[in-house]
Design a protein around this ligand. Structure first.
Ligand code: GLU
Length: 472
């Protein structure tokens, strides 16, 4: 008989945001890790919207999450699934657990439970539900009070420990004695948070859960419920949080935390993916890698155990790299809408050439758009103070000379540079003595990129018209 090696179960990861606001950087980063892990293993990345908090969940927030994932190029293979559409399934599992005896009805009112907790606290014990309604062999339960809708509690093991080998943090263990008999359904039958997560991870066949380490305390509860259901346990990995540059938890105080705000501010999704991935994960000393390399290299062993720090300067450096790397035409296509927003026009301008000129110095698409307004915006005129300072009589004569020479030649950067040099030589001037008046006269600014390149891009008609006006 031939031996066959069992094929390993295909990897299935999920991102499970609660749609209560925009997608923040921390959420985007965990999503990215789950996405990259699934892609690396040719597995499946599931998107699940945890919208059971109806007070705080909104369709706008769902849309914002979808838009952000789309922008970052993390499209799910399955989903979005919505927990609110799975209520029947949760109720079904609650019923099965009641039937199996792994869950039970508890008729204690919230006030009674609070009193139990208070009593435990007073006795110096961990505040917890005292198990009044927990069925035990040989124990007689009190009669169910009339007219009270019970909650359903999970019959958590009371002895032993619940342990797992966390993909990020290593071995973690909780004493079962520390864990309450968790409420899994409220008096009106609605399931609770941890229970929905468990049923979903089970039904969706999730093999690897990567999430923020604010969920570590939920994990032993979820594992125990999964075990009670006879479900295969996923592997868990809890990623430490992101801190601001001052070491505090990253928040609005540190700048934008909404992923889409980075789109507004002119960051490339390629750069965001690179930067976010590197924030808490490493591949040797590599700081710059493509999306494909991330997928090829991603592993959970190199997820950092310690919190990572948001570094806006490094993000700018990464973004500048992707801007420099991008083809001029592609960059032009991405910057054009930003120029239009500023009231600029791009039809009569060689925008790829403008990008080529500006991209070495730009850190964001917004900076590129600002710079491109020199070529795409209306001439702002010459500020009086600059005119007084730089358009002196000597300068005007030199500018007139330059205009004549430039008009006579070809309109290329090289020819314009030669014309500038000829004027300097003829009149014994230094470069700034012509360069600055030329910038002021033609652009209304004293600082621009290389003036010969600026003149070439502005075009013969524009430059000669603006220089001509000086002589009027
Ligand atoms: N919905 C949870 C959150 O937004 C995530 C739950 C999970 O990943 O298990 O924090």
């Amino acid at each position: 008989m031939t031996q066959t090696t069992p094929t390993p179960a295909p990897i299935r990861t999920r991102f499970a945001p609660s749609p209560t606001g925009f997608l923040h950087l921390g959420g985007a980063r965990t999503a990215l890790f789950s996405w990259a892990f699934a892609r690396h293993h040719k597995g499946t990345f599931v998107l699940r919207i945890e919208d059971t908090d109806v007070e705080r969940s909104t369709p706008e927030a769902v849309q914002a999450i979808l838009d952000s994932m789309d922008w970052l190029g993390m499209q799910p293979d399955e989903g979005p699934f919505y927990q609110m559409q799975r209520m029947d399934r949760y109720r079904e599992v609650v019923a099965q657990m009641l039937e199996a005896g792994t869950a039970y009805h508890c008729y204690c009112s919230p006030q009674e439970v609070e009193a139990m907790r208070e009593k435990a606290r007073a006795a110096g014990l961990k505040p917890r539900y005292d198990g009044t309604w927990r069925p035990e062999p040989g124990k007689t339960l009190p009669p169910a009070p009339a007219g009270v809708q019970p909650v359903v509690r999970f019959r958590n093991p009371q002895t032993g420990a619940t342990s797992w080998n966390d993909m990020v943090k290593g071995p973690i263990s909780f004493d079962n004695g520390e864990l309450d008999d968790l409420i899994i359904a409220r008096p009106d039958g609605t399931p609770t948070y941890n229970f929905c997560v468990v049923v979903d991870d089970w039904d969706m066949g999730i093999t690897h859960v990567l999430r923020g380490d604010d969920h570590v305390n939920n994990t032993p509860r979820q594992i125990n419920i999964l075990r009670a259901l006879g479900a295969q346990l996923p592997e868990y990995g809890h990623v430490p949080m992101i801190l601001g540059p001052d070491g505090e938890k990253l928040s609005k105080r540190h700048g934008a935390v909404n992923v889409m705000e980075y789109d507004n501010e002119g960051y490339l999704p390629e750069a965001m993916v690179n930067y976010l991935a590197r924030l808490g994960w490493s591949h040797g000393d590599d700081e710059l890698f493509t999306r494909d390399q991330l997928v090829e290299w991603f592993d959970t062993r190199h997820l950092s155990k310690s919190a990572s720090q948001w570094d806006p300067k490094k993000l700018n450096w990464v973004n500048a790299h992707y801007i420099r790397q991008m083809a001029d035409g592609e960059l032009a296509a991405r910057v054009a809408p930003r120029i239009h927003k500023r009231g600029g026009k791009t039809d009569a301008v060689d925008l790829p050439a403008v990008m080529h000129l500006l991209k070495d110095r730009a850190e964001t698409l917004e900076q590129l758009a600002d710079g491109a307004m020199l070529f795409c915006g209306d001439f702002p005129g010459i500020p009086a103070d600059l005119a007084a300072q730089h358009l002196t009589e000597t300068a005007r004569v030199a500018l007139a000379d330059f205009a004549l020479r430039a008009a006579a030649g070809e309109w290329t950067r090289e020819a314009l540079s030669a014309a500038i040099k000829a004027v300097l030589a003829e009149r014994g001037l230094k470069m700034p003595q012509l360069g600055i008046p030329l910038r002021v006269a033609v652009t209304g600014q004293q600082q621009t990129p290389a003036i010969d390149a600026v003149l070439a891009l502005l075009g013969r008609d524009v430059v000669l018209a603006r220089l001509g006006q000086l002589q009027d």
